[in-house]
Design a protein around this ligand. Sequence first.
Ligand code: GLV
Ligand code: GLV
Length: 321
Amino acid sequence: MKVFVTRQIPESGIKLMKDAGFDVEVSPQDGVIPRDLLLQKVKGVDAILSILTDKMDTELMDSAGPQLKVIANYAVGYDNINLQDAAAHNVILTNTPGVLTESVAEHAIALMFALAHRVVESDQFMRDGKYVGWGPMLLLGNDILGKTIGLVGMGRIGANVAKRMCDGFGVKILYYDRARSEEIEKQYKMEFVDLETLLKNSDFVSIHLPMTPETKHIIGAPQLAMMKKTAYLINTARGPIIDEAALVEALKNGIIRGAALDVYEQEPKMAEGLAQMPNTVLTPHTASATEETRGAMSELAAKNIIEVLNGRPPITPITPK
Ligand code: GLV
Ligand code: GLV
């Protein structure tokens, strides 16, 4: 059985697949594999271990051939995969939910605190040699204590942010999702509201939705205008959920106070003007990038492939909601 891995990933998963007796080839490319090379490398393989920048569609599945049984995405999000195309080709799809939940939630919380306490701006200020002595009005930020946190999306990651934040930080939590989750709502002392109410009342709005046609630009100029002028927006989900150009305008014009982004509409690019805004914290899609989590993702993707190639059901199949 042949497996193609589209990018260098932590070795632990590769080892599991080799130990299972598979013939595993890892992309020779340093960086995103070019499309032509990808189409060529997948020819005749039984499984593909893909990353979120690889588009998995009919062209690719045809190029692989009818023996292709499984595509294991090294990510929880799977907006890079065409689900209809996979169904038409009888290809089983898997992702890596669960193992990265805590890490992404921690990153969202880290961004929240970095914004409120102006950690990045203050760091730059020190490095620029601008600190000439203590000042009562120097770089004033905001406390998290007493604030309202609005979580948009209550899947595993949204719920984990709520779990970590509901005790000890003295915040109130609002959440919005397509469906209400009364059990975790009670457990984490949250209030279920509609999106407009959440945007109008939150001091920190954190996005935890999957990328789908329905969630694209769910935060655009009208939604930004509903937010408090003192509010901060955090996105660790997918870039196109926010209209990034509209966000830059909102930051420039004081419509909201600040934003922290880990994901962008057209990665690796950023919307024009974003990098020049001081009231932003920007990370390069690294919310799940911890040694612990990336190793666990590698192993889970590999185990999914091992299960399917041995004729068993995958551990974490993609089940579109
Ligand atoms: C990363 O963005 C993921 O979906 O796991
Ligand atoms: C992803 O794991 C989510 O459900 O938020």
